[in-house]
Design a protein around this ligand. Sequence first.
Ligand code: HEM
Length: 531
Amino acid sequence: MDLTAKIIKIVDFMGSTIFGTFHIRAKMFIYYSIAVLLVYMIIKRKFYLSKIKSIPCKKSLPLFGHTLILLAGPKSIGNLVKTFQQECKRICTVWFGPVPCIVVYNAEDMQTILRNSKEIPKGQSYNFLRPWLGESILISDGQKFRQNKKILVQTFHKTNLLDFLPIFNDNADNLIQNFAKHVGKGEFATDLYLATGAMFNLLGTTLGVHRDILTEEEAFNYSLSVEKMGEFVFTRNIKFWLRPDIFFYFSNLKKKQDDHLNILNNLTERVILSKKKEFDERKSSSITEFDENKKVLFLENFFSATKLNGEPFTLKEIKDEVMTMMFAGQDTTTVTLGFVLSLLGIHQDVQVSMHFIELLFNNKVYKELEEILGYSDRDINYEDTQKMVYLEQVIKETWRLYPPINSIMRVPIKDINLGQYVFPKGTTLLCSIFLLHRNEEYYHDSHRFNPERFNSDNDKNRPPYSFLPFSEGVRKCIGSKYAMLVVKVFLAKILSQYRVICNQKQRDFKLSLQLTVRRKEGFLISLEPRK
Ligand code: HEM
């Protein structure tokens, strides 16, 4: 008997075992129930669709929605922005296959959403991050979020940030040494140097370990895996058929994800276990030797803290938080540095204060650094960073054009009525920081790099919730001050040593708008010595 005949026989047998012994009335009952369920689902769907009807939507294909367009990617980022700005001015529905998602990019709706974290929580929107970040602060809501946030915010308090400065300076010097190999030798990709620099900062400041514990290869692999994991999560969101776990588990993407997760898990566990051993030995050796003030923030806070139920945090829970810090803090600062260097490399007028330009543009970055640091390559202290006013404008303008986290997601737990439209319960709201920052309503000539937008006068005139690189409200980034400090130290060190050149035009950047915004071609720059 061939295989097909065998299968038919098995199906026949199963059908008669399930239904054959049933009374005819029982069979009819099952058929009617299925029909009623289908009708109920169709009505429910129609009712749901009527709620989002008033939100503008670009033409889409049945079943596939906008997925094919999203997969092909915009021909240029300018096209994408134009489409949103001209066809759907403030808000629009995008279909990921049969699943709608409301994209928001106006300040008023952003405010409504981000201020109402009780009725519009993160919910299930970050589910695909769970295999990587577990139930960490970035993903959880409610009590678990509040419990973990209490411990984490201590780490990022201003008084602690000052203690991090020697670590930032040391790692910036290490980066300069790596850059030195490329000085005067043309264009090179800075991505992995910047990523490992950002990673070493986090290792030092949150875990209390020096970069020496890793080989160069381990550091590169870890940084690459963080980037890849972001890519996989994004792909799973767009390719709607990979959303259900059952399909994802048998996909090639899952295999690749597991490989990168292994790299991240192994290294993180290794560091946590060695620090835990050190912590326990120090604590038990002698009470007097255990200096509370010297404890390593973040990690040791988790070792000594207890949860709301009085139990200590498990290794898995601590690992989830560490992985979250390494993701939230590494990729974001890496791309910030990459974009600032690229933009300054293009806009030489902003970077260098040549004599005649100085008359037109005072306060340019290099002039400012020269005034603060003289010609010395000494370490940067906190007071120095406070004087870097123009550099701060440049960083903020870079965050406006290329917000590292380009969008965040929320899911309302009840219908949110906004007058002209409704955010229905259970629908993903995608708050696009990228599109908000290019909204002509708030930023005239929005594609142009112009740090003057952030001078003290212009800063006051911007409507609330129109500049959100770190989001806002209860779920605002906890690392915003840390990020500004580390970026200033790194840029001050790089720019006072080297003149940065970037040969691409800004409009030729090939952007990938995944979890973080990046240049697909890499952050390509060349360096010339300053002195
Ligand atoms: C340029 C640098 C950074 C940018 C642009 C940035 C941006 C953001 C944004 C937009 C969010 C909100 C995410 C959401 O609501 O879904 C966020 C959350 C978060 N960020 Fe950052 N971040 C940066 C650096 C950092 C650093 C350095 C750390 C820590 C080392 C950090 C830790 C976190 C954490 C833990 C959250 C979750 C907060 C919560 O859910 O309540 N970030 N960040």
